[in-house]
Write a protein that binds this ligand. Structure first.
Ligand code: PAF
Length: 284
């Protein structure tokens, strides 16, 4: 079977030439930034972007700035040929594959500092993370200049940080959230699921059960502190470690002070199975 072809741009000038020709034809542009190792979750972002725009660019760039020393930057799964074939099947219009040296040339010395929604949760465990994400997404937005960009709710805190950045810095880009795509047993799809052993893959499915059960209880009016404590105990029992399991305001990610949940809220959790961190979240 012939592999479907998809146009590639590896330099900023090639990217801009292609986008300029679309703009001259009056076409709108959607953007899906990724780090590759694409799964159905990523492809759902491309589909959503296509539903909103005439043309869609997906970038594949494993961003060193969002990994700390000792994290999995070197071992992060890379599969550009496979990724391109998957994007072609989705009729994505262009894949942007910038080089590390072009994204972070010698002398690069700028970093975005993000607060608000970026504080706590992931940042308590990975303090560098959202500064690295915001910096690269800001740069990619300036390169692509899309009308619309799609981000998955799987990385819910990241989505809120990007929305905040776009609002604060007047990017004028419409940020569209995409629902989490799950495996049959409910495990949220993630490129890092590939790290799980067979036994841990089975254990991983407990996470979505715990957070959905908590959301159901809270919707029914359970006392927040008590329900949270019980859910944390279940998670501690099921996993090697619990980085956090929290209930936060759905937009600001601020703590909820009331006894029960009476505002749009989200359960957010990150747990560890061996070296692998599993993130999940759901609405209340
Ligand atoms: O969600 C991701 O894959 C990354 O954090 C992103 C948004 C592509 C930035 O590197």
């Amino acid at each position: 079977m012939l592999t479907q072809q998809i146009p590639h741009a590896t330099t900023l000038s090639a990217l801009r030439t292609r986008i300029k020709s679309w703009r001259q034809d009056g076409l709108s542009v959607g953007f899906v930034p990724t780090m590759g190792a694409l799964h159905d979750g990523h492809l759902s972002l491309v589909r959503l972007a296509k539903a909103h725009c005439d043309k869609v660019v997906a970038s594949v760039f494993v961003n060193p700035a969002q990994f700390a020393e000792g994290e999995d930057f070197d071992s992060y799964p890379r599969s550009v040929i496979d990724d391109s074939a998957k994007l072609a099947l989705e009729k994505c219009d262009l894949v942007y594959l910038p080089e590390r040296e072009a994204m972070y040339p010698d002398g690069f010395a700028t970093e975005l500092v993000v607060k608000g929604a970026a504080q706590g949760l992931e940042s308590d465990n990975r303090p560098h993370f959202f500064h690295g994400v915001a910096t690269v997404v800001c740069k990619l937005f300036n390169q692509v200049r899309p009308d619309v960009a799609v981000f998955g709710e799987k990385d819910y805190q990241q989505l809120q940080v990007i929305r905040q950045m776009v609002r604060d810095l007047d990017f004028g880009i419409d940020i569209i959230p995409a629902e989490i795509v799950r495996e049959r047993d409910g495990l949220a799809m993630s490129s890092r699921n590939a790290y799980l052993s067979e036994a841990d893959r089975v254990r991983a499915a407990e996470l979505n059960k715990i957070i959905f059960a908590l959301a159901t209880e809270l919707k029914a009016g359970a006392v927040l502190a008590e329900a949270l404590e019980a859910a944390r105990a279940s998670a501690e029992n099921a996993f090697d470690a619990v980085d956090y399991l929290e209930v936060r305001n759905a937009q600001t990610l601020a703590r909820i002070d009331s006894e029960t949940v009476n505002e749009p809220a989200r359960v957010l959790a990150t747990v560890r199975l061996g070296e692998t961190r599993l993130l999940d979240n759901c609405a209340i």
